[in-house]
Design a protein around this ligand. Structure first.
Ligand code: SAM
Length: 266
């Protein structure tokens, strides 16, 4: 499929501002406010992945960035050349607004302070500027395309991350396999893939629009990643099943998976 032939999806109507205000708040104590503390779980995993010092290189690609930059705070400490790739123009514009410090940009300061706290770093303002400098490109992508970046594909990346994007973009499991292959092809041999997905969800609703999700078990996701040429697959699961319902999450899954894998050398 070429970019011109890409089908529309419910994400054509994605509302960046309402997504941000609904999902990305901090409590008065500075801790990100999220059901079951999924945000602290995610940000700690990202911090650990990058702080481990095992990821080498300079270029990082985030696929399906949405209007949000919080997933890149730890990465920017080590990767000075970051590309944000995203399907919706409105989301790309929201990221650009933050990079340029525009007045109506979303306020990510509480998240930057929080991650700096996790990392034992005092100068959060310097980190904010470093993140702004590190995000060098904000580009269109469609993970359903064999070449998701189209003409913007400047060769494989040292690290590719994709957070809460692929299960919403896939129509079914076979489609998910294709999408993992497409996104995986953007990782250098020896490079790292970071994938965060919903588990066993069939939909997410923001109150106005319902976004269908592909029902994926953790075992299925791990195998799809291995089948796409990756090894050293490791993951951490945040399981919501033991909790009473999922307050605030208009979503019907059972948990989240944070997965890292290394692309096999050719
Ligand atoms: C739930 S949001 C996640 C955004 C961000 N990564 C975060 O953690 O908040 C899913 C994102 O995937 C993007 N998306 C949906 N379909 C896509 C596609 N086919 N190719 C690339 N991105 C897509 C949406 O526009 C949206 O920004």
């Amino acid at each position: 499929m070429t970019s011109e032939q890409i089908e529309t999806s419910s994400y054509d109507k994605f509302n960046a501002k309402s997504y941000l205000t609904r999902n990305y708040r901090a409590r008065p104590d500075g801790i990100p406010d999220s059901p079951e503390d999924w945000l602290p779980w995610l940000l700690k995993n990202l911090k650990d992945t990058f702080a481990g010092g095992e990821l080498s290189g300079e270029r990082l690609l985030d696929v399906g960035t949405g209007p949000a930059i919080h997933n890149l705070i730890s990465a920017a400490r080590h990767f000075p050349n970051i590309t944000c790739a995203e399907f919706c123009q409105e989301n790309r514009e929201e990221v650009e607004r933050w990079i340029h410090g525009e007045e109506d940009a979303f306020d990510w300061d509480p998240f930057i302070k929080y991650v700096c706290g996790l990392e034992g770093e005092d100068d959060w303002e310097a980190r904010k500027e470093a993140l702004r400098d590190a995000i060098q490109h904000v580009v269109f992508c469609d993970v359903r395309d064999k070449n998701p970046l189209g003409a913007m594909n400047g060769g494989p990346y040292d690290v590719v991350s994709s957070i809460f994007t692929l299960c919403g973009a896939a129509k079914d499991k076979a489609d998910f396999d294709e999408i993992v292959l497409n996104v995986g092809s953007l990782v250098k041999p020896g490079g790292t893939l970071i994938l965060v997905c919903d588990l066993e969800a069939t939909q997410y609703s923001d109150g106005d629009i319902t976004y269908p999700h592909t029902f994926l078990e953790a075992s299925y996701i791990r195998q799809a990643v291995r089948n796409s040429g990756f090894t050293d697959v490791e993951d951490d699961i945040l399981d919501f099943r033991s909790t009473e319902g999922r307050p605030g999450l208009n979503w019907n899954g059972t948990g989240y998976i944070y997965l890292t894998a290394r692309r096999c050398s050719e």
